[in-house]
Design a protein around this ligand. Structure first.
Ligand code: NI
Length: 253
């Protein structure tokens, strides 16, 4: 069984989420962690996790979704963090990609959510884009566990994150021909630190690149990793599923 540790199965992206889940299970992808990004999607993540036994939620406020952010949202996060289907705080982090980035605000919201993760002993799912240095420096101050989602940094930084105890989320990018960097990271980092994820509906793996992503494509990501590491795909499946169950407590059942 595979686990998709990071996807966005929101109604605005998919006409029929029942179908997405059924088709994924047919491909051996049997558990899903739906990540929220803002208040609307966080509520939807919790709602869908209650609808399906095998769907779990990560709730948090994404660095590029902070325009309407209000401090009361931290209270909402605390009020919902102990929901039985909420397995992590995510998707949270730093994103310095856009010119109008408000770094101070991003860092403030990120740190407050890390404080909540610490208080409730919850793993985190981290988004980091053009901000890997600051992400690392901040996480180093906290003794937390989690996933660096869609990891795109250097091998050196990958090693540093694993030393802090973080796992690296690897998705469709690893199947792209020109993704030299991610392939090198996958080759270098021990499989015990790798999580599979799709980031659906984004980052669709080859050979379906250019169409909407689905958790059902996880086996293509596993295949690419098995090719790069020269190991059996069953080992990739078994180890990464074990990693996810170790990191996200409530997935064990
Ligand atoms: Ni995402």
């Amino acid at each position: 069984m595979y686990i998709d540790t990071h996807c966005h199965l929101y109604k605005e992206y998919y006409n029929n989420i029942d179908d997405v889940i059924r088709e994924s299970i047919e491909e051996g992808v049997c558990k899903f962690i739906v990540n929220g990004c803002d208040m609307k999607s966080n509520k939807e993540a919790i709602e869908i996790s209650h609808k399906y036994d095998n769907v779990y939620a990560a709730i948090g406020f994404h660095p590029t979704e902070l325009d309407d952010f209000s401090d009361e949202y931290f209270d909402w996060l605390e009020d919902n963090i102990n929901d039985e289907k909420v397995v992590a705080i995510g998707e949270i982090g730093l994103d310095y990609h856009y010119d109008n980035t408000n770094k101070e605000k991003e860092i403030y919201v990120f740190r407050k959510q890390l404080d909540i993760a610490k208080k409730y002993n919850k793993p985190i799912i981290v988004h980091s884009r053009d901000a890997i240095g600051d992400t690392y420096d901040i996480l180093k101050e906290y003794n937390l566990r989690g996933s660096i989602h869609s990891y795109s940094g250097s091998i050196e930084m990958a090693r540093e994150f694993t030393k802090l105890g973080y796992m690296l989320g690897i998705g469709g990018v690893v199947t792209f021909k020109n993704a030299k960097n991610v392939k090198e990271v996958v080759k270098d980092i021990d499989l015990s630190y790798i999580l599979l994820e799709t980031d659906s509906p984004y980052l669709t793996p080859e050979p379906y690149r250019g169409t909407p992503n689905s958790p059902k494509y996880i086996p293509y990501i596993a295949k690419a990793i098995s090719d790069i590491k020269g190991i059996n795909i069953n080992d990739v499946r078994g180890t990464t599923t074990g990693n996810a169950k170790r990191l996200f407590d409530n997935l064990n059942d």
